[in-house]
Design a protein around this ligand. Sequence first.
Ligand SMILES: Nc1ncnc2c1ncn2[C@@H]1O[C@H](COP(=O)(O)OP(=O)(O)O)[C@@H](O)[C@H]1O
Ligand SMILES: N[C@@H](CC(=O)OP(=O)(O)O)C(=O)O
Length: 456
Amino acid sequence: MKVVKFGGSSLADADHFEQIIKIIKSDPERKAVVVSAPGTRFKGDIKVTDLLIKYANQFLNHEPFENTQTEIIKRYQAIADHFQLPENVMERIATTIQSLPLQTYSDDEFLMAGFKAQGEYLNAFLLTAVLNKIGMPTQFMDPKEVGFLVSDNAQDAHVLDATYANLAQFRNPEQHLVFPGFFGFTETGQIATFSRGGSDITGSIVAKGLDADVYENFTDVDAIYSVDPRMVQNPKSIKVMTYREMRELSYAGFSVFHDEAILPAIEAQIPINVRNTNHPDLPGTMIVPERTFKPTGLVTGVASSKRFAALYLHRYLLNKETGFTLKLLQILYKYNISYEHMPSGIDDLTIIFDKRQFTPELIEQMCAEIQEVLNPDQLEWINDYAIIMIVGEGMQKSPHTIEDIIRPLSDHEIKIHMINQGASKIAIMLGTNESDAEQAVKLVYQHFFDNNRIID
Ligand SMILES: Nc1ncnc2c1ncn2[C@@H]1O[C@H](COP(=O)(O)OP(=O)(O)O)[C@@H](O)[C@H]1O
Ligand SMILES: N[C@@H](CC(=O)OP(=O)(O)O)C(=O)O
């Protein structure tokens, strides 16, 4: 049995619905379907999830929201009209959207989650109605009824173990099952979403829960490429890669697959196949366990992400001081801040954060407290910080990899703030200025892939 997830780009309009129906029909193993909210139809279009966020913000700010409501309803209406669905389907969709401000939410975070989740909820409801209409018996898998349970982080939830046992009851289904992606319910019955792009996570959880043979993730590119195709034209596509490689690359910017979506697949050792909805005959990219994979190249992919900020601390004899890092971490804990990396020298320490956690006021407050408690000789907040990740199972086989990465960057005078090699056997991480990140990725990509280096 296969679990197939269709991203927003594959569900943007009625033509895409026609295409995914062909894909579902063409393979009887494709029994469970996970859907995102309708995505963009053309350049400059707005995803339904973003419209729902706009709607929630307008409501919270006491601004008029009727036009946004109408815009969202029209997205579903166009698809329902194409398939000539009974009127009650659209009535339910429109009522659900219109009644969102009337529901009760425990706070604004849960309100935002409750609004955002409707993009997926209603799209799954709509697809179920379409499949039933065309004679494919299909069950709508409402996460509340299914027992799709998540932690109570309203917009960054994590699956609870009980979900897997609840999903197991739906193994070997006779009819098709359609699940909305992106959200679940907390134990107290509130909607909580995963982080953005999180329908990939739902797909992986459903694949594990239903014990699928493969998790097919349909999107709008022919494969996962060795570099973001928006940065480099006609990049090399990856045929096979490991879970570990995918996790490192998606963490650092390969937005084609959510980094947190790897874990359930790893736990159940289910291969992931990323494929193109618009070219379903192409094989796409397989993501597989390490043990089944023999790397051929040194580097599999190069990614960059600009979502970081860093705090640099300098203090003489830091290496002899006990408790410095402990006090620092206590301050982070007090402000509920997680850190991503912490490279250190003899007298220096840099802490790299995901900067989406901060407001300018929080940075000021936290830095002032660190200065007061730890009294460093130098404290610098670097808001402009990017991470470049060079990943490949084959990298361990060459002693020259680091040299090959650094040389093209130093030739082009790109300043490297940090190099982290060895913490992961399959990845080298560099810290650069945000403004240098894209060029750094292109140079490293060019060096490894234009030379087409192959291991002996
Ligand atoms: N290394 C990569 N390989 C392929 N696509 C990538 C890569 N890095 C970023 N992307 C982008 O990811 C997009 C697909 O992800 P996304 O827009 O979330 O799709 P979906 O709506 O199907 O979930 C591609 O159109 C591409 O622009
Ligand atoms: N619709 C949600 C979840 C998601 O996964 O979407 P997509 O499959 O379009 O990346 C978002 O935009 O974040």
